[in-house]
Design a protein around this ligand. Structure first.
Ligand SMILES: [Zn+2]
Length: 414
């Protein structure tokens, strides 16, 4: 049975606007946890809101993660399910001072932001299908942070809805807001026993009706070249320039394939994203990505083979390649527990919303949670153009996400 009361759309919008105004950009340069103080400000606000909604065990833990449990409304043992979203926003575009703009009854045309920046139909073809929606953009100077405050607002509004409508059937619902997802530290302080759930969902996806069941598998690689510096005046026969070696190394890697610039869909890549150093030493950071986990070893071998060619061309140069595991394709874990995805699909179909299973060319906190033993697919929550000043969100699709989650939690206790 569907619940009679509707989820309050105005409150959902107000929450979203309140949350995006708090700057929570993750800072990859910081070793602090969380990496930026705004995440603690938002976490504290959410703690207080959860307590005010009657979530007695709400907690803002020593790492800045927010936890809480919506108590079960059924009189028998049923599984606990986790709902997760992340507090931080991407550092790839300015995040502080977000000035959200609400566009009611959107007309389907290109959107000119106050800064002069334009969200056009060519680069954002999804706009055509959003005619009539309430969209939230920025003024064009910052990102919006709908990634992932759309997820936070949706979960918080669901919590309010459940607490105000105790006749809606559901089991214990564990709510978790994590920090620093965007810089790969989202599950650093995640505790499986504290989640104590059978399955989870991250609400951190684009559009509506998507169930992300796959992520990339991901490794990081650090390539270091060590040369020998001398005064340039006496460099003859003595200097070994690690900078030249590094330049040659990058140049020897494929650039017409295996790069983010030349791949899409299910193709993987080997991506150098930062370089530091000088004559005596250079380090280059890479990310290695593929849906097929076994290919990561091939990518690492490509780096080692290329390094060997470079070192043999520069006598005296030494080099090494260090690989670190980042996360694994969550499909591997989800296949063992298909119910998490099957019920998400059924909940969409019960709401007469077309759904599709999708894969993410990236990772989610859910990928790491799934690997740890908590199957956690990702669900749509109305995000668009994330990590950009052209980011926007659809209130209508956040509302769909909220209704979907409420239905999904009913299905878990049927
Ligand atoms: Zn996200």
């Amino acid at each position: 049975m569907m619940n009679s009361a509707d989820i309050n759309q105005q409150q959902l919008l107000d929450r979203f606007l309140q949350y995006v105004r708090i700057g929570t950009a993750a800072n990859p340069e910081s070793d602090d946890y969380p990496s930026s103080p705004g995440q603690l400000v938002l976490g504290k606000l959410l703690l207080n809101q959860l307590l005010n909604l009657g979530i007695a065990d709400a907690q803002h833990d020593e790492h800045g993660l927010v936890w809480g449990t919506v108590p079960s409304t059924v009189n028998r043992p049923v599984p606990t399910i986790l709902l997760n979203a992340h507090l931080d926003t991407s550092p790839e575009a300015p995040g502080d001072g977000c000035n959200p703009q609400v566009l009611e009854d959107y007309n389907g045309q290109e959107i000119r932001l106050l800064s002069g920046e334009v969200i056009d139909l060519e680069s954002t073809p999804e706009l055509a299908s959003l005619k009539g929606h309430t969209l939230i953009t920025t003024d064009g100077r910052t990102l919006l942070g709908g990634d992932d405050k759309a997820g936070i607002a949706t979960i918080m509004q669901c919590v309010q809805h459940w607490m105000e409508n105790p006749s809606i059937p559901h089991g214990p619902i564990r709510v978790l807001f994590t920090c620093d997802e965007e810089i790969g530290r989202g599950t650093k302080h995640f505790e499986l026993c504290k989640a104590n759930s059978l399955a989870g969902y991250t609400l951190d996806g684009g559009g509506a009706g998507c169930i992300d069941e796959e992520t990339f598998s991901a490794d990081g690689a650090t390539v270091t070249f060590r040369g020998r510096n001398t005064h340039p005046s006496v460099g003859k026969g003595k200097m070994i320039n690690a900078l030249r070696a590094a330049a040659k190394f990058i140049d020897m890697l494929p650039c017409d394939q295996l790069t983010p610039e030349t791949t899409s869909e299910r193709e993987g890549f080997v991506h150098p994203y930062t370089i530091h150093g000088g004559v005596s030493e250079v380090t280059i950071q890479f990310i290695l990505r593929d849906f097929d986990t076994s290919r990561l070893a091939e990518y690492a071998q490509l780096l080692r083979d290329t390094v060997d060619k470079v070192t043999s061309a520069f006598p005296g140069l030494t080099a090494d390649v260090a690989i670190c595991v980042q996360y694994r394709n969550m499909a591997d874990a989800l296949r063992k527990f298909p119910k998490a995805i099957d019920l998400a699909e059924q909940a969409y179909s019960d709401l007469r919303i077309t759904s599709r299973r999708d894969s993410i060319r990236g990772g989610t906190d859910g990928a790491l949670m799934s690997e740890m033993g908590l199957p956690t697919p990702n669900l749509s929550v109305g995000q668009y153009n994330i990590h950009s000043v052209r980011e926007f969100a659809s209130l209508n699709e956040m509302l769909i996400a909220a209704n979907h989650v409420v239905r999904l939690m009913e299905l878990w206790v049927q």
